[in-house]
Write a protein that binds this ligand. Structure first.
Ligand SMILES: C[S@@+](CC[C@H](N)C(=O)[O-])C[C@H]1O[C@@H](n2cnc3c(N)ncnc32)[C@H](O)[C@@H]1O
Length: 220
């Protein structure tokens, strides 16, 4: 367990739940909560956080390996074909069936993106790098259209950047993600799909079946 001072806390650590920071005798748990440790070796604010830290250490990639279910991909295909899935793996491609995909080993962040992009990014180590890359590639014109499926992280700056510019579908039900060995699971956070591209009306009419759709970036 490495304890670092608050200002040194890495915001995008590979394993966010493995670190805490300390100030004025209080510890900052990796979940963001400050707490007064009841024991000198306390590292987390609650049992739930301690267990999450354990799971992150034991299965560092487990959080990323949940794949998009067919019903979502079918809606995506009604809006656009999928040329590129830049954050993927062979198992996920049984459903996504992109023309080209990049795996963690190939590192989609270090490669040029193109065409119509389907993005369901990994959350560890940092989702924001994938979304920054998406914006960069879309603004450059290399990516013509994209649909990105993300957590409704309404306090994250990357979420605000997307919501301020692009139409979004706030999915009505919890999406059940799947993986071959574990069946399916619903994340604890709700999900949002953003559309980047010229066919806004098609996105709106298609995804209106899945939830509330904002037809353009929200700016008042
Ligand atoms: C949430 S899953 C989504 C998979 C697929 N795109 C889908 O929609 O079902 C994220 C995938 O990105 C992969 N991944 C993690 N880091 C990556 C990287 N740097 N480049 C490409 N893929 C990565 C993970 O292994 C995982 O399979």
């Amino acid at each position: 367990m490495k304890i670092v001072r608050a200002q040194e806390t890495p915001t995008h650590s590979r394993n966010a739940f493995s670190r805490s920071s300390v100030t004025d005798g209080k510890l900052k748990c990796a979940c963001g909560q400050w707490f007064m440790p009841s024991r000198s070796d306390a590292k987390h604010c609650s049992n739930a956080c301690r267990q999450r830290a354990y799971r992150c250490r034991k299965y560092p990639n487990a959080k990323n390996e949940w794949y998009t279910p067919p019903w979502v991909i079918n809606l995506v295909r009604q809006v656009m074909s999928i040329t590129l899935d830049p954050a993927s793996c062979a198992a996920a491609q049984k459903v996504v069936k992109a023309t080209v995909y990049f795996t963690a080993k190939e590192d989609g962040l270090s490669r040029p993106w193109f065409g119509n992009v389907w993005l369901n990014p990994p959350y560890i180590p940092d989702v924001q790098k994938f979304l920054a890359k998406l914006l960069e590639e879309f603004d450059s014109g290399r990516v013509q259209q994209a649909i990105a499926l993300v957590n409704a992280a309404t306090s994250a700056s990357w979420f605000h950047k997307l919501l301020g510019r692009f139409p979004a579908c706030f999915v009505r039900r919890r999406i059940k993600f799947w993986r071959p060995d574990r069946g399916s699971t619903s994340p604890t956070r709700p999900q949002v799909l953003f559309y980047l591209g010229p066919n806004v009306e098609r996105f709106v009419s298609t995804f209106a079946h899945a939830g509330i759709v904002t037809s353009s970036g929200l700016r008042y």
